[in-house]
Design a protein around this ligand. Sequence first.
Ligand SMILES: Cc1cc2nc3c(=O)[nH]c(=O)nc-3n(C[C@H](O)[C@H](O)[C@H](O)COP(=O)(O)O)c2cc1C
Length: 287
Amino acid sequence: MTDLCGVRLAGPILNGSGTFDAIAARRAFGDALLERFPFHAFVSKTITLAPREGNPPPRLWETPAGLINSIGLPNKGLEGFLAHDLPELAELPVPLVVSVMGFSRDELAELVQRVGQRDEVALIELNVSCPNVETGLVMGADPAETARAVERVRPLTDRPLIVKLTPNANDPAAVAVAAEEAGADAVSLINTLKGMALDPRTRQPWLGGATGGVSGPAVRAVALEQVAAVAAAVEIPAIGMGGIASGRHASDFLSAGAACVAVGTESFRDPAAGLRIAAELGELATV
Ligand SMILES: Cc1cc2nc3c(=O)[nH]c(=O)nc-3n(C[C@H](O)[C@H](O)[C@H](O)COP(=O)(O)O)c2cc1C
């Protein structure tokens, strides 16, 4: 058993937000998905207050060891999520983490308050990798901005708050410390690294959003360093992710100080990757 902020999990493996569509998987695999669910807690894809269509296509570019995505957070918005997705996600056999993003502190506050009222939700993850329209600063890139966001929402819910850190910050450990001091219960990292690819023919950006986020094995060494630095700087648990594709990788992140790990891009290659990684991790533990 793993304890994450007082929530009991059957093991330490989560999914990275936005990398496993449990509702589509349930449609494809039926109740077999519930019997052999790949993760010990499920993190929803990030929702915003208003519905979003996401970025124009193309949205993905494959790098030699990973992906660049420019999905742009398409989602039904808060009301659509609460009415349609939450009841389906509540049927999953593991605790539910809902990921939220606000483009201002007011938006973030409304999301946290409304999501936190729902019994189906065990924890809330704050995706702060976006610009605050009021200040122009990327919330999670700046310790003071992150602290102000967490301080604003902390009194609004009794659910544990996870702050998802961006690797595109000068000092992720300083952001983590600011989040902890402002009342965060955990941090998760890394989100994607900024990246870009050109269309080989037109020499223009390939992705509809021009730039995107790099994930997968290509970022694992960067992620491991940031997880080690953050875990050493804070007392609260760190959820480590970035290119985890095997039990050995998961074990590396746990040894670097992570309390839990998350599997992201690898689930696109193999939707059951979480199960395999958990089994491999178990074998390593018994050696
Ligand atoms: C296609 C795609 C969509 C993603 N969507 C989200 C999202 O909605 N919210 C979020 O916080 N992170 C999102 N991420 C980032 C992942 O959760 C994770 O932090 C990152 O990909 C690093 O882990 P990985 O290398 O194992 O994929 C997304 C990543 C990918 C590849």
